[in-house]
Write a protein that binds this ligand. Structure first.
Ligand code: PA5
Length: 464
């Protein structure tokens, strides 16, 4: 059964008190979506949306499998260096498609596949601790950067390479390195070429945050034993469902249009993604980067737009953020991620029949409890006129995860058209980057240094 998106609780009819999208708004959304769909098709035809080609790129899949077979041999650990889109996709795939606590399982329970560690930051405490516990002689270091020059990843690389060489010697260290970057250039590509370090390409026009179905996500996934045929196959099936410009039949279109309309017509500018499955928790983190960096933009007319994505986790957040979702400002949509087929899992033993707080649980299961709690939360939100929707996966498999990731990627492209922004650039991160370069003394950042020096300094009057 395919993944399904139920948006009943986004609509005015079922929701009380004038909340929800009206039929007229939905009709306007459908018309705007047809234009957005055409816009995405045109951008794809012009060659600027490479992520759309990834699900059906069989040659890419073959290269990934061949590389994993060559470099996976004799490896107990993979250490992935990267940040943002170069790290969040691999983390999401590992959490979704490997058993919980993967890195703590012994070799037999990992089926002989390596552990996967992802740095995703430059906190020295974490990096030192990670290096201290890794068997570097049996560790494959994958350096992933689309641009090949991102400061955090380059710093990670310099530190990890030095540690690797100290542990296993220069020649052996080189064999323990792999690079994933774009063909065009960057320091990383130049170093890899000069030193003969095996390199896989990120295809052109595949942005970092939509690179999970490229070698960025697939190679680490293949190394840890995930079925990397299934993930793109699921994405391709979703792509086929989304070929239509008819809103009612296009899941990614519905997701994008309902969020855009909720934001524009109802002030629901906070978009919560709330899985009721620990396995999907890191997909919510991945979505945050995708939605925020793609849609938070200045439009051509100078206005600022962009929904704020917010991750949550069911049932944990029923004891935290759900209070805010129910009674805080009505400025949110909540999209639940549900997983079918867990009803029989986690039987709860019958005990303390005489205690009302305990007795009723006996005979139920944790799977049922979790799903009932999701339904109850969705119903409670709807009862108070709070907009919500549910994406249901029939099970967490490579196919359904691929379909979900692709749905959200394509929805982001559609939303870019609806908000009338370029979803695939990120000019807003540039100034901070330039200031950091200036403070680190990188050549060419003199203008940023001057701007930085002219900024107001911390004022003791405003400190406590
Ligand atoms: O989505 C993006 O393009 C960014 O968030 C990048 O993923 C992030 O900045 C890392 O860039 P790179 O892969 O070039 O090192």
């Amino acid at each position: 059964m395919p993944l399904r998106l139920d948006f009943t609780n986004m609509m005015a009819g079922p929701l009380p008190g004038g909340a929800g999208l009206t039929a007229a708004q939905w009709a306007e959304g459908a018309a705007r979506f047809a234009t957005a769909h055409a816009g995405v098709m045109a951008r794809h035809a012009a060659g600027t949306l490479g992520f759309i080609d990834l699900p059906t790129d069989a040659a890419l899949r073959d290269r990934v499998l061949a590389t994993a077979a060559t470099h996976g041999a004799g490896i107990s650990d993979v250490l992935l260096l990267g940040i943002g889109g170069s790290a969040l996709g691999p983390i999401a795939l590992r959490s979704a498609l490997r058993p919980p606590h993967w890195n703590e399982l012994d070799d037999a329970r990992r089926g002989g596949h390596p552990r996967l560690h992802v740095l995703d930051n430059v906190d020295p405490v974490t990096i030192e601790a990670t290096l201290a516990r890794l068997p570097l002689a049996h560790t494959l270091v994958l350096v992933i950067s689309k641009s090949g020059g991102t400061v955090e990843t380059m710093a990670q690389y310099l530190i990890v390479r030095a540690a690797l060489e100290a542990a296993v010697g220069e020649a052996h260290a080189r064999q323990r390195l792999g690079v994933i970057t774009e063909p065009g250039g960057g320091a990383l590509r130049a170093v890899a070429r000069a030193e003969g370090i095996p390199t896989l390409d990120i295809p052109p026009h595949v942005g970092g945050r939509v690179s999970v179905l490229s070698p960025v996500g697939l190679l680490p996934a293949a190394l840890i034993g995930i079925d990397v045929g299934g993930v793109p196959d699921g994405a391709a099936a979703m792509a086929a469902r989304c070929a239509t410009p008819t809103l009612a039949d296009n899941p990614a279109g519905v997701f994008a249009t309902m969020q855009w309309l909720a934001d524009r017509e109802h002030g629901a500018h906070v978009h919560v993604l709330m899985p009721y499955a620990d396995a999907l928790r890191d997909i919510a983190a991945w979505f945050v980067q995708l939605w925020a960096e793609s849609l938070g933009k200045i439009r051509p007319d100078g206005s600022h737009v962009g929904p704020t994505p917010l991750p949550a986790l069911g049932a944990t957040d029923q004891h935290a953020q759900v209070q805010l979702f129910m009674e805080g400002p009505a400025d949110k949509t909540v999209t639940f991620l549900a997983v079918d087929g867990k009803e029989a899992l986690g039987p709860i033993p019958a005990r303390h029949a005489d205690r009302p707080e305990l007795g009723y649980l006996g005979g139920h299961t944790l799977g049922r409890l979790l799903d009932i709690e999701r339904q109850a939360t969705a119903g409670a939100l709807a009862a108070r006129g709070r907009l919500n929707a549910t994406i249901t996966l029939p099970a967490v498999t490579p196919g359904t995860v691929g379909a979900l990731l692709y749905l959200l990627e394509l929805a982001t492209a559609y939303a870019g058209e609806l908000y009338e922004v370029n979803a695939f650039d990120q000019p807003g991160v540039e100034l901070g980057k330039q200031f950091a370069y200036a403070m680190l003394g990188r050549a060419g950042s003199e203008a940023a240094r001057a701007e930085w020096d002219a900024l107001p300094r911390p004022d003791p009057r405003w400190q406590v």
